[in-house]
Design a binder for this molecule. Structure first.
Ligand code: SD4
Length: 320
C-alpha cells in the first residue's frame, strides 16, 4: 500500500507527480519533495513558494518543515528569503545531527552553502495583491484573516516499504509582521510522522494550531487506535472547544492524516476546506469537506465545475 495526502486542492498536480513515483516503488521522502516542489513552483498559488504573498514590509518570508517517520529526523526553516524550494532545504536539514531548525539569515547561509537554487520570490502579481490589500486596510480599517488566499501546503506520504513522512511549505500569513512564524515549520504542530502509526499535517491560523500541537495529537490518537478520520475530528473539535472556552474564539483549524495502512481522514472547523489524495485504492482526487453541526466532517469529490472555477479565480487578473 502507498499513498499521499495533502491540504487543499492546490496540491493536486503535485500529488499526481509524487504518486507516480510511489507507483514505481519510489521512496516517500522523494515523492513528497517532488509533490511539494510542484506547489512551490506554481506562481499562481499565493501562499506557498514562488508567488507567495509578502509580509507587511513587502518581503516574502517562507517556512517549511519535514519529518521522516522511520528515524524521527526533523528539519525546518523559518522566515527564509529568496530560495526557490524551502521544502528541499528543510529535508536536507533533517539529515544533520544537530542544527536541524534554522531561521532567517542562518537558513539562507546554509542554503547557499549547499547550493540550493536562489530566486527572487516576490512576483509582480504578489506586489499587486500587496498594493490592493494596503489600500483596503487603509480605507476600511479591516481585520486581517489568514484565509485571505492563504493556504499552506502540508502533506503526508506512505511508500511500499511502510515509511511515512510529512512535510509543509508556506509563506505564512499575508501581511504578517517581519519574522512572524506560524505552526507550519514546527514539528508536532504543522506536521508529524511516525511510520509505526501514520502522519498528520495542518493548515489554518498557526497561532491557534500550535496551542494544540495538533499534528502530534492526531498521530497520538491514531496510535491509541482511532481511525485517521476519528483522530482528525477529535483533535480539531477538542482544540476548537478548548480555544472557545478559554478565549471565546477559535482560529481556523484544518487537518489531514494518513495511517500506515493508507487509510486517510480530514477535519476542519471552517467552510471551504479541500484536500487532495491518492492511494493504491484511490486515484488522485480532490475532496471538499463539510463540517456537520455535531463536528463530524464528511467529504465529497469536487466537481469539474468546482475545480475549473478554483483555477479561474486563482489565475484571474488582480483588480486593483
Ligand atoms: C501559518 N498555518 O503560517 C499557516 C498559514 C496557513 O492557511 O496555513 N494558512 O499560520
Amino acid at each position: 500500500m502507498h499513498g499521499i495526502i495533502a491540504t487543499w486542492r492546490m496540491a493536486k498536480e503535485g500529488i499526481e507527480q509524487g504518486f507516480e513515483q510511489l507507483n514505481q516503488n519510489g521512496k516517500a521522502s522523494d515523492a513528497i519533495e517532488t509533490a511539494i516542489k510542484a506547489v512551490e513552483d506554481f506562481p499562481y498559488y499565493k501562499s506557498v513558494g514562488y508567488g507567495g504573498l509578502p509580509n507587511e514590509d513587502q518581503v516574502v518570508e517562507l517556512d517549511a518543515g519535514y519529518m521522516d517517520g522511520d528515524t524521527f529526523d526533523v528539519g525546518a526553516i523559518c522566515a527564509i528569503k529568496d530560495f526557490a524550494n524551502p521544502i528541499s532545504i528543510a529535508k536536507k536539514l533533517s539529515e544533520e545531527k544537530v542544527n536541524n531548525i534554522l531561521v532567517s539569515y542562518g537558513a539562507e547561509k546554509y542554503a547557499r552553502e549547499h547550493h540550493f537554487e536562489e530566486k527572487e520570490m516576490l512576483t509582480d502579481r504578489a506586489k499587486a495583491f500587496y498594493r490592493k490589500k494596503k489600500k483596503e486596510l487603509e480605507q476600511q480599517a479591516q481585520e486581517l484573516k489568514p484565509y485571505d488566499g492563504h493556504d499552506t501546503v502540508g502533506m503526508v506520504c506512505l511508500d511500499e516499504n511502510g515509511t511515512v513522512v510529512a512535510g509543509t511549505s508556506t509563506s505564512g500569513l499575508f501581511m504578517k509582521k517581519p519574522g512572524r512564524v506560524g505552526d507550519s515549520p514546527f514539528v508536532g504542530s504543522g506536521f508529524y510522522a511516525d511510520s509505526e502509526v501514520g502522519g498528520a499535517t495542518a493548515t489554518g491560523l498557526g497561532e491557534d494550531l500550535m496551542k494544540g500541537c495538533i499534528s502530534y495529537e492526531i498521530v497520538r490518537l491514531m496510535k491509541e487506535g482511532l481511525t485517521p478520520q476519528e483522530a482528525c475530528e477529535k483533535a480539531v473539535n477538542d482544540l476548537d472547544a478548548s480555544l472557545k472556552k478559554r478565549r471565546t474564539v477559535a482560529g481556523d483549524l484544518s487537518v489531514v492524516a494518513m495511517n500506515n495502512k493508507g487509510e486517510f481522514g480530514c477535519a476542519t472547523n471552517i467552510d471551504g476546506f479541500s484536500f487532495s489524495v491518492a492511494t493504491s485504492d484511490v486515484e488522485p482526487t480532490v475532496y471538499l469537506v463539510t463540517r456537520q453541526g455535531d463536528g463530524h466532517c464528511t467529504f465529497e469529490v469536487a466537481s469539474k465545475e468546482w475545480l475549473d472555477e478554483y483555477m479561474r479565480v486563482r489565475m484571474a487578473p488582480v483588480e486593483e
